[in-house]
Design a protein around this ligand. Sequence first.
Ligand SMILES: N[C@@H](CCC(=O)N[C@@H](CS(=O)(=O)O)C(=O)NCC(=O)O)C(=O)O
Length: 221
Amino acid sequence: AAKPILYYFDGRGRMESVRWLLAAAGVEYEEVLFKTAEDFDNLIKSGKLMYDQVPMVEMDGMYIVQTRAILKYIATKYNLYGQDLKERAIIDMYVEGMRDLNDMMIYFPFSLPEQKQKILNYILERATERFFPVYEKALKDHGKNYLLGNQLSWADVQLIEVILMVEELKSGILSAFPKLQEFKARVSKLPNIQKFLQPGSPRKPQEDETTVEVVKKIFKG
Ligand SMILES: N[C@@H](CCC(=O)N[C@@H](CS(=O)(=O)O)C(=O)NCC(=O)O)C(=O)O
């Protein structure tokens, strides 16, 4: 079958969670990484973007848009979305919470310089007071390897992505979360994840000022 094609700018943004999930599923993919507003306008003119927005993933004859729709499709297709309705609800509770944290970090590079410190403090406070304690408790309560027990799921892939992003903002942030430290070490060694963490993989670097300026030009933000 044809490889999925990811259409986005050359950065993390909303698409990075899709890159992580496909990597965890061991699925190779192509990327169309546009650099200019013209590239994006041409993609819009192609009629492939339901809402004239990206992320968009072309796979299985579909032009899938809306980040959550893309992630759910991939998680379901590659059996990373639990074994039944209840497990899917638990995974949704985990991934939607992490999306709240993830979205704060996606927007962070685009915040005004004078607001950066305040927003950073808020992100770190939410990560350590609201979100990480949930996942630490889940791992502690059942004593198994993954959030849902012994089966890797989308929730674990989102968690490792979020842990690494928060650590980029403040290293040592996991010091109060021993189970999350073990989880990070364990999941980072899974072959598909380990490969994605190697240099040269499709994983994108932390957004920097240059990327922020490019993104603003592309989306005329
Ligand atoms: N709810 C959508 C939001 C998508 C979105 O806002 N995309 C931006 C690009 S980015 O924010 O993901 O970088 C876009 O296409 N903006 C162009 C526009 O909205 O006209 C999703 O989750 O995919």
